[in-house]
Design a protein around this ligand. Structure first.
Ligand code: ADP
Length: 702
């Protein structure tokens, strides 16, 4: 047997070694006994022991029964051999006491558990009895004849027991060192494996996200087309959903690997409670209502309006339980309830629950519900798609954020998932009564460009041809000028010749990567884009890595796959107002910055010029509206009151009044105050106002 052979445990290995050493010692012992010749029976114990060791050797080597071998040796040595040695070889005046030490050492080293305690107790009692008997009845002890022989017997015992114990200790130490070495090399191997697994996941994330980016991006282009048939729209929407589903699957697997490697980090940012719930509800509402389920939302009006926490991860957890509620409910409703309770001056505890009237969860499945890859079993669940990862990730994310997720469920009746989480309060102002469900709409919101900026020059750096094509197409409506570069060298050539307002930079590129390219652009001799905004385009889902990248000096980042107006919104936030020719009155847009997600409420852009006129110019209302010409109206004073000319009283009414009562009908000129108010309002809409007016003898007021 080789001692590194892992099929034997350490005790078995030790026993086998002890047997070998024991046999040698016995043979020496017999020689020693013959030398000092105390008494003929003094030879027997050594012969017994030798027989026991040989039997032990046969049992362990031939029959593989080390358990029996260790008992045979233990019983024969401790309870037979050593007592006989004591009484036949001079009692305490000989080597016997040292053999007793070996007995105790053998028991502790070889036996385990109950067996060890029984053997040890018996051995101690036996030793005491032997000592006491020898003390009371010294005549029972056969003394060793001379001091010289006592010395030899004792020295023999010390040398051999000492060697024996040394062998045991050395063996244990070697075994420990060997297993330590194995553990270290295994740990290194695991670390190496885990590193390469992480690298694999990172590159897989990039590799998978790039084609998903293309699918979702080009599909978005199809959906932007006007006049599509219902079937094409439906197909395109299905592709969009499947693409997003694939993406969420990749994200789940990546999240799980991050969590397992203790690499998942929480990134708290300031966030608006209202926006967080709005975004969440907007995403799930369609899925819930599509199944014909009612969706109720009760968000406590006293909820603080701004909080501090990892809004992205909170949304991820809530999204998962809301999507599950929709998935596992056939009919009835899904109810989202959220309330907050102050725990200190600047902290509150959020309790958010999702209640459904779905299939429920069997009580025996509740305990494993949050384990990875654990899915419900049975007809109800089998045909519902899922991986069993969502709840496990949610639970671990909640733990990382210092919160918890729990579930109450009645099988066949429904489930209630509750998330409890403490958040810092940034603004305690209550969000008030908001109807979160008010923005009803179709699944695919019609595309509207966010801005037009034909003078803005963008340099798009990406090694993937399709990615560049998709981004160029997605930005088509904004009319920005886009130059493309396949790699950092091409990009540097362009930044040397031309100024770009914004550079969109892919991170993973062969040769010079995005990070290095950014540094080169910033330091480029005679470079024209040292100050340009450089936005990182990344397919990386992991926010800790993104943050690390951002710290390298990027001005912002765009997460791939780019979707809908997200790309335009991110770019728009880096375009100075004077270059925006058109800016849609949008809802808030979320832009990713180094500090996290920032919500931008766009200003309504001023037009360059507005043309106005006086209503006496007699432009028809329809024409004025069509041309966007605003008019300053006179007042018509009549006995029945004062009316604004044209809008409140038409020319026909005025003519008929004049026919009846010419004296009491007269117009009043526009006052200074009226003009002031009119132009003040117009100047909030445009940089300049061109007012056209007809008239002679203009008064001072005019
Ligand atoms: P998936 O939904 O992808 O299977 P999850 O981790 O999100 O994975 O959920 C694990 C399991 O928990 C599901 O397979 C399902 O059996 C059960 N489950 C989760 N949410 C609900 C719910 N609202 N109602 C009933 N069962 C649920």
């Amino acid at each position: 047997m080789h001692y590194d052979d892992v099929t034997y445990n350490i005790r078995e290995k030790l026993l086998k070694r002890l047997i070998n050493v024991g046999i040698i010692i016995c043979l020496f012992g017999i020689c020693e006994q013959m030398l000092i010749k105390p008494h003929i029976i003094a030879l027997f114990p050594m012969l017994f022991l030798l027989a026991a060791l040989v039997a032990g050797h046969i049992m362990s080597s031939k029959y593989n029964r080390t358990d029996i071998a260790e008992i045979i040796i233990g019983v024969v040595a401790i309870y037979v051999t050593f007592p006989i040695i004591y009484f036949t070889s001079g009692g305490i005046r000989g080597g016997a006491p040292i053999w007793f030490v070996l007995g105790l050492f053998y028991i502790i080293g070889i036996f385990n558990g109950k067996k060890m305690y029984v053997f040890l107790t018996c051995a101690i009692i036996e030793d005491i009895i032997i000592y006491v008997t020898g003390y009371i009845y010294p005549e029972l002890i056969i003394p060793i004849e001379s001091e010289g022989k006592i010395m030899i017997d004792s020295a023999f015992a010390i040398i051999f027991v000492g060697t024996f114990l040394g062998v045991i200790t050395k063996f244990q130490l070697n075994a420990y060192n060997r297993s330590r070495k194995i553990a270290i090399s295994q740990r290194d191997e695991i670390e190496k494996f885990s590193k390469s697994r992480n690298a694999f996941f990172a590159s897989m994330s990039h590799e998978i996200r790039t084609p998903i980016n293309t699918i979702i991006g080009l599909d978005e282009m199809i959906l932007r087309e006007k006049g599509l048939s219902d079937e094409v729209t439906e197909n395109a929407e299905t592709i969009q959903n499947a693409g997003k589903m694939l993406l969420s699957l990749v994200n789940d697997i990546l999240d799980l690997s991050q969590i397992e490697n203790n690499k998942m980090e929480i990134f708290p940012v300031k966030y608006s409670t209202e926006d967080m719930f709005n975004e969440l509800i907007e995403v799930v509402r369609y899925r819930i209502e599509e199944k014909g389920l009612a969706f109720y939302v009760n968000i406590d009006s006293s909820m603080p309006s701004m909080l501090y926490g990892d809004a992205k991860r909170i949304k991820q957890v809530l999204l998962n339980i809301l999507v599950n509620a929709a998935k596992y409910t056939k009919d009835g409703s899904v109810t989202l309830t959220a309330k907050s309770e102050a725990v200190s001056k600047d902290k509150c505890e959020l309790t958010i629950s999702v209640l459904d009237t779905g299939i429920g969860i069997k009580s025996e499945n509740i305990n494993t519900l949050f384990d990875s890859f654990s899915r419900g079993i049975g007809r109800d669940v089998n045909n519902i798609e899922g991986t069993g990862l969502g709840l496990s990730i949610s639970k671990q994310l909640m733990e990382l954020m210092g919160g918890e997720i729990t579930v109450d469920s009645i099988y066949t009746k429904g489930s209630n998932f509750t998330v409890v989480l403490e958040q810092k309060i940034i603004d305690a102002k209550p969000i008030g009564n908001i109807d979160f469900l008010v923005r009803k709409g179709s699944r695919h919101l019609a595309y509207r460009r966010l801005f037009e900026a034909p003078d803005v020059r963008i340099l798009l750096v990406d090694d993937n041809d399709t990615s560049r094509m998709v981004i160029t197409k997605l930005l088509r409506e904004t009319k920005v000028q886009i130059d493309q570069a396949k790699n950092a060298l091409e990009a540097l050539d362009l930044t040397h010749k031309k100024y770009y307002n914004i550079i969109l930079m892919d991170y993973m590129m062969p040769g010079i990567d995005g990070r290095e390219a950014l540094q080169k652009i910033r330091r480029q001799e005679n470079g024209l884009c040292k100050e340009s905004a450089v936005l990182l385009m990344t397919a990386e889902g992991d926010s800790s890595i993104i943050n690390k990248i951002m710290e390298e000096g990027f001005d912002g980042y765009i997460e791939k796959p780019v979707q809908g107006n997200g790309l335009e919104a991110s770019i728009m936030s880096f375009i100075p107002n004077e270059l925006l020719e058109f800016k849609a009155k949008t809802e808030n847009v979320v832009v990713k910055t180094l500090a996290g997600e920032t919500i931008i409420k766009p200003n309504v852009l001023k037009k360059k010029l507005i043309i106005t006129t006086d209503c006496v110019c007699d432009i028809s209302t329809g024409e004025a509206k069509q041309l966007g010409i605003m008019q300053v109206y006179l007042y018509v004073n009549t006995p029945s009151g004062r009316f604004k000319d044209t809008i409140e009283i038409g020319i026909d009414n005025v003519s008929s009044m004049l026919e009846k009562d010419r004296r009491n009908i007269h117009a009043s000129a526009v006052s200074v105050e009226d003009y002031e108010n009119f132009f003040a309002s117009r100047l909030t809409e445009a940089e300049e106002v061109l007012h056209l007016s007809f008239g002679k003898n203009m008064g001072k007021s005019y």
